[in-house]
Design a protein around this ligand. Structure first.
Ligand SMILES: [Zn+2]
Length: 295
């Protein structure tokens, strides 16, 4: 199991903590980011913070009902800023593609994409501090009179080569073209990036190990990280890779890699089960990951 906290002079990361009594911020000059991912229409306690980041797979298959309950949960969370992206399970957010492919998941019941987009981007979402990013940058103040943070969120690619799920992109040239557009920001949110469906996930060899022990992260994304060097790179998708890692760059900057997948899966889930406890979404071993950054 990964260590439960990571500390550097400018970042503190908490993986395991008492959700009823989360660790205090290191000081007033720090901003608290709470990272979640792959919640798949499941709900659990999320510690308060200045910013909530959700790295996709909000829902099971992106039905209107899925989005109604999921957005209701997100709206009620206390964070003033809630930044979210789509994952490959959020089928209906991939407009155009969904219209051609819906029947494989939803049979004759094509979901109302307009209503869903309104739940994600409409007035109610806006009032609750929710910002949905689709290959775009967003700048915001996490605290009144505080510094401005920049975030870029990418769900992947608009024309999937791989037809099974939404927002896929091809490794190699297509990934290169997509990644070339990523600006340098404080925070980067990506979807899976595994080698066959490259879509809200990790760079190669970073918290990307599957049940079979394969490292399925995206090599192109890994190469680009040396240039992008965000302070937080959040992803999910590889549910069994929940964890965080500190990467220090030769330029003196550092990146906290966070795989915040809250779906309990893999050896850690088995270990919990072997103690006679049922692993739960966002529960022990799969908690929301708290990242405190020095402003
Ligand atoms: Zn997922």
């Amino acid at each position: 199991m990964d260590s439960e906290t990571i500390e550097s002079p400018s970042a503190h990361v908490y993986l395991e903590y008492d959700p009823a009594n989360p660790p205090p911020r290191p000081g007033p000059q720090w901003t608290r980011f709470v990272c979640i991912s792959d919640t798949h229409s499941h709900f659990f306690p999320v510690p308060d913070g200045d910013v909530l980041l959700h790295s996709g797979d909000l829902t099971e298959t992106g039905t209107l009902r899925n989005f109604e309950v999921t957005m209701d949960w997100l709206r009620k969370l206390p964070h003033h800023n809630k930044i979210i992206i789509a994952g490959n399970h959020d089928l209906t957010l991939h407009r155009g593609w969904y219209g051609q492919n819906y029947s494989r998941w939803h049979g004759p019941h094509k979901q109302d994409e307009e209503k869903i987009m309104d739940l994600v981007k409409g007035e109610e979402a806006h009032k609750a501090g929710i910002v949905y990013l689709e290959d775009e940058e967003y700048d915001f103040q996490a605290k009144e009179d505080g510094r401005v943070w920049s975030v870029y969120g990418s769900p992947g690619q608009w024309s999937p080569w791989f037809y099974d799920w939404a927002f896929n992109y091809n490794p190699g040239a297509e990934a290169e073209r997509l990644l070339a557009k990523f600006p340098k920001t404080d925070i980067l949110l990506t979807k899976d990036t595994d080698s066959y469906s490259l879509t809200h996930g990790p760079p190669h060899n970073v918290l990307d190990s599957t049940l079979a022990g394969d490292h399925v992260g995206c090599p192109t994304l890994a190469a680009h990280m040396q240039k992008l060097r965000p302070r937080i790179h959040l992803f999910g998708h590889i549910h069994e890779g929940h964890g965080a890692e500190l990467r220090e760059w030769s330029q003196g900057e550092s990146t906290i890699y966070v795989n915040a997948a809250n779906w309990p899966m893999g050896p850690r889930a088995e270990e919990i089960r072997s103690k006679g406890v049922r692993p739960t979404f966002g529960g022990p071993g799969f908690r929301p990951i708290i990242v405190d950054l020095l402003d």
